[in-house]
Design a binder for this molecule. Structure first.
Ligand SMILES: C[S@@+](CC[C@H](N)C(=O)[O-])C[C@H]1O[C@@H](n2cnc3c(N)ncnc32)[C@H](O)[C@@H]1O
Length: 243
């Protein structure tokens, strides 16, 4: 019996966007991907990470350092900025949006960022299959698609079961940081993670303080412009049985 979730049977939290990439973006894939992009061995379906593949961080980054993973990194604004100011930490951006990955590589290259790698794949698969257990110090989920229509909420990334998926990749004591401008999704995230035995709240009161390592992205700006509250959450992974 397989002991990993089979993601092809689950609704995914993204739609594949078509649309052409600009010339610069196409070039990023040719010129910059060899340095930045980690090719993940795949199963037959596009999104399926091969269940036997495992990332060797020391080989990928050429050293051993704390690892921060951002899932759904979009254009890469947050992770490129963080990688630039924390050269002693390794960063991994996981995204399905090719033009966003291209933009991330171009910005990283321009900023001289070398401690960043990118993966084009369905994030839950990367967290649960490709990253070795306990290999990440932090997992970030900033402004995930809210899928606000009732019939779509099952597509949300942070839903029942997500704690186990993120918890697999995180080391004991590691942090799961989240932010959203969608109040009802924020409440769902908190309910889901409060119920996960391997996580405890790392904040007091109803919501966490704004994470000062998170730069303002277009999604946050848009939420603020629409008068929405930005909600931050942060959870600490505890070893099973200790929490
Ligand atoms: C609303 S955007 C936010 C981007 C970025 N975090 C920010 O704050 O600017 C959400 C992003 O998550 C990506 N995404 C959604 N589901 C994903 C998944 N399962 N795996 C990888 N990326 C995903 C989407 O392609 C999109 O770029």
């Amino acid at each position: 019996m397989p002991d990993r979730p089979t993601f092809r049977e689950e609704p995914v939290s993204f739609v594949r966007r078509s649309g052409r990439m600009s010339e610069a973006q196409e070039r990023a894939f040719v010129d910059l991907a060899p340095h930045y992009l980690i090719e993940v061995p795949r199963d037959t379906a596009w999104t399926s990470v091969h269940p036997d593949a495992l990332m060797d961080a020391a080989e990928r980054y050429g050293r051993r350092a704390p690892l921060v993973v951002e899932v759904g990194s979009g254009q890469g604004h947050a992770i490129v900025a963080a990688a630039a100011v924390h050269p002693d930490t390794d960063f991994l951006a996981v995204e399905v949006f090719r033009a966003g990955l291209a933009r991330t590589m171009l910005d990283a290259d321009r900023a001289g960022v070398r401690n960043l790698r990118l993966i084009e794949a369905n994030a839950p698969e990367v967290l649960s299959s490709f990253l070795p257990a306990g290999s990440a110090d932090e997992v970030w989920v900033f402004f995930p698609d809210p899928w606000h229509k009732k019939r779509h909420t099952k597509r949300r990334l942070v839903r029942a079961g997500f704690g186990a998926i993120a918890g697999h990749a995180l080391r004991d004591g590691g942090l799961l940081r989240l932010a959203t401008d969608w109040e009802e999704y924020a409440v769902q995230m908190r309910d889901v993670l409060d119920a996960e035995p391997e996580f405890v709240r790392a904040f007091e009161g109803d919501w966490a303080e704004r994470f000062d390592g998170r730069v303002m992205t277009a999604f946050e700006r848009k939420g603020i412009a629409k008068g929405r509250e930005i909600r931050d959450l942060v959870y600490r992974r505890v070893s099973q049985g200790a929490g």
